[in-house]
Design a protein around this ligand. Structure first.
Ligand SMILES: O=C(Cc1cc(-c2ccc3c(-c4nc5ccccc5[nH]4)n[nH]c3c2)n[nH]1)Nc1cccc(F)c1
Length: 273
């Protein structure tokens, strides 16, 4: 069935991106609640984003995993493209992290386990996300983590060389504009694990060049302001490794003592039906 804007009641604004806004919406027939992203075609022209958007749509539409936000469908009219995305009725993860200051080891390990399973699924499908950061992570009603934006995802058929993402989460090989592969996502898991437990990313500095320098040196230290278990520090240290071939694999992350000890295996999220 081909949907059109008239099939939806539009609700509040959920988020705003470079190309468009995301609204809460309800499909009139079924009552199904979704996130409706509205992208203006003229914006695509301006940024020559058409092929990029097509790739994002193909990537996201091909992914079907409990921890990856679903793209159910898309349609367009003369001026706009509409994406019918899964609505995550929980929180935005970065807001929750700001409110809580830092996560408990149980919560952090559960999110890292979910992210690792989602990334293992994406890598199986030859998709490198490359831009996992708290702003792109959402929680559904049951508190299950969902990776949302695939703004920078690529099919990892050939090695990628384009610069992307914010500074704090960039792996060294991406900064050096070297060829990189899916191991960049393993690095990012280390950055996120640190940020979940300490409330700030590991190499954060005011000046971007200082952040670059600290990433390139892997200048990692664990403040004693917070008690964090040695197991957690061990996992982070095994992910924030400059040589991408030496980073802990996704499989080994799920077998790591800290994950085994603290992560609760969440049930897959139930459909809203
Ligand atoms: O644009 C996005 C990703 C995306 C998802 C979203 C998004 C933003 C917010 C939400 C939410 C949501 N739930 C909330 C709960 C509380 C507060 C805010 C919330 N936002 N649910 N689903 C969403 C989805 N924005 N952008 N994907 C995309 C882009 C182009 C092509 C394509 F195939 C996918």
């Amino acid at each position: 069935e081909c949907w059109a804007l008239k099939d939806f009641d539009i609700g509040r604004l959920l988020g705003e991106g470079k190309f468009g806004k995301v609204y809460l919406a309800r499909e009139k027939q079924s009552g199904y609640v979704v996130a409706l992203k509205i992208i203006f075609k003229e914006k695509l022209d301006k940024y020559r984003y058409h092929s990029h958007l097509r790739r994002e749509i193909e990537i996201q539409h091909s992914l079907n995993h409990p921890n990856v936000l679903r793209l159910f469908a898309w349609f367009h009219d003369e001026t706009r493209i509409f994406l019918v995305l899964e609505y995550a009725a929980g929180h935005e993860l970065y807001k929750l992290l700001k409110d809580l200051k830092h996560f408990s080891e149980k919560r952090a390990a559960t999110y890292i386990a979910s992210l690792t399973r989602a990334l293992a699924y994406c890598h199986e499908k030859n998709v490198i996300h490359r831009d996992i950061k708290p702003e792109n992570l959402l929680l559904d009603m049951e508190g299950n983590l969902k990776i949302a934006d695939f703004g920078w995802a690529v099919q990892s058929s050939s090695k990628r060389r384009t610069m992307c993402g914010t500074i704090d989460y960039l792996a060294p090989e991406m900064i050096e504009k070297k060829e990189h592969d899916h191991a960049v996502d393993n690095w990012t898991l280390g950055v996120l694990c640190y940020e979940f437990l300490y409330g700030v990313p590991p190499f954060e500095e005011h000046d971007q060049n200082d952040t670059f320098r600290r990433i390139m040196k892997v200048d990692l230290n664990f403040p004693s302001t917070r008690h964090v278990s040695p197991e957690a520090k061990d996992l982070i240290t095994k992910l924030l490794v400059k040589d991408s071939t030496k980073r802990l694999s996704l499989k080994k992350i799920l077998e790591h003592p800290w994950i085994v000890k603290f992560a609760d295996m969440q049930m897959e999220s139930h459909d809203q039906k």
